[in-house]
Design a binder for this molecule. Sequence first.
Ligand code: ZN
Length: 430
Amino acid sequence: MSTGLDQEIESRILAEVDKAFDAQVEFLSNLVREPSLWGKEQGAQEVMYANLAEANLNPMRQQVTEELLNSVPEAPRTAAVVEGSYNVLGHKAGSGGGRSLVLNGHIDVVPAETSDRWTRAPFDPYVKDGWLYGRGSGDMKAGLAANVYAVRALNKAGVSLQGDIRLQSVIEEECTGHGALACVAAGGKADAVLISEPAHGYLPLAQVGIMWVGVQVDGIPAHAGAMLETGHNAIEAAYKIWDRVKLLKDRWNARSAEYPPLTAEINPVNFVIGTINGGDWPSSVPSRCNFEFRCGVLPGQSLEDAKLEIEREVAKAAEELGLTDTPPVVSYPGLMAEGYVLQPCDDFRDCLIAAHEQTSEIPLQPIVSPAGSDCRFFGNYAKTPALMYGPKAQRIHGIDECVELESLRQVTKAIALFAASWCGIDKGED
Ligand SMILES: [Zn+2]
């Protein structure tokens, strides 16, 4: 496959990515240094803003408000907006007549507990053996750096495009998706969206939905010695409820074939218990235990049906345990994301594959992603095809997360070539 770009222009673009690569890694380090946890993204967003300003990419801060998000009522939501949170947007204007492109990435990162088990502090980035380490390095500040430096390379190479490129650094992908939803709510439709998540080597054609589920279990507190007669241990009950609920994973995966492009062999649904808290004293039968889990939902499966099935299993387990006076309470404290299936968009996909093949020997493998992403907002609520494409990362959400710098260089080059090819080069000004 060919990008259709003039070879001389292509070489010029690739050379500019190489020239700026040290600066790009420095920028990535500066992003990682800012611990952009949920509700605390501002520091990293300001690093982004300053970089876009320096490159004349017309940065602006987009406030994420309830009013804005409510304008897309079809997108399910459970959490409130964090006061004062904002996306940072950039823009390279086209001369007209070309296809437009959004390059999107999320600035937020997940917590880095237990930080004492990291080789170095999680927000103190360093490079070792060609990998850059730190929380958020792979997921997905490297991708954001790739987006920005791909556009910077186009500008440095003096390439004027016909279509617009919009850069989006969004908040809260890991917990609510409010940042990407705000971008969709604000309009400004594009012809394609590329999200540079660390999907290295893969081209996800569908992804699961994700729900966060909280369960509050109330037992009967008592003196530990009296437990057998009077108490009911909330922590032990919580374990039993979880044991029952997680069996839904296999039941849902068994339905995969009902939801094309999934097949019976693809089992993308996972259930993970993420937090558990209960009890206040070693010698007391605990009165309350709260746990939260994350579950995948098949692309196409109804979230409302999935919620009902979960609530039914919790109720059945509680009944078996005799928790009838104080039945467990189920809540939905964050992610409530529908799955996403890429609609036919052969031009977009082929154009991206061509740019990839121009910069990498490894073919892209189509998959159904067992993880969620912001692709769903663009695909489901803005009817804009969205694809994930990004660098190689290890241990994302884990200890000693890192990203491979040579893959970052390659992906930056591929995004630059893809953008030039997709948006079209304005020959008049070249
Ligand atoms: Zn991510």
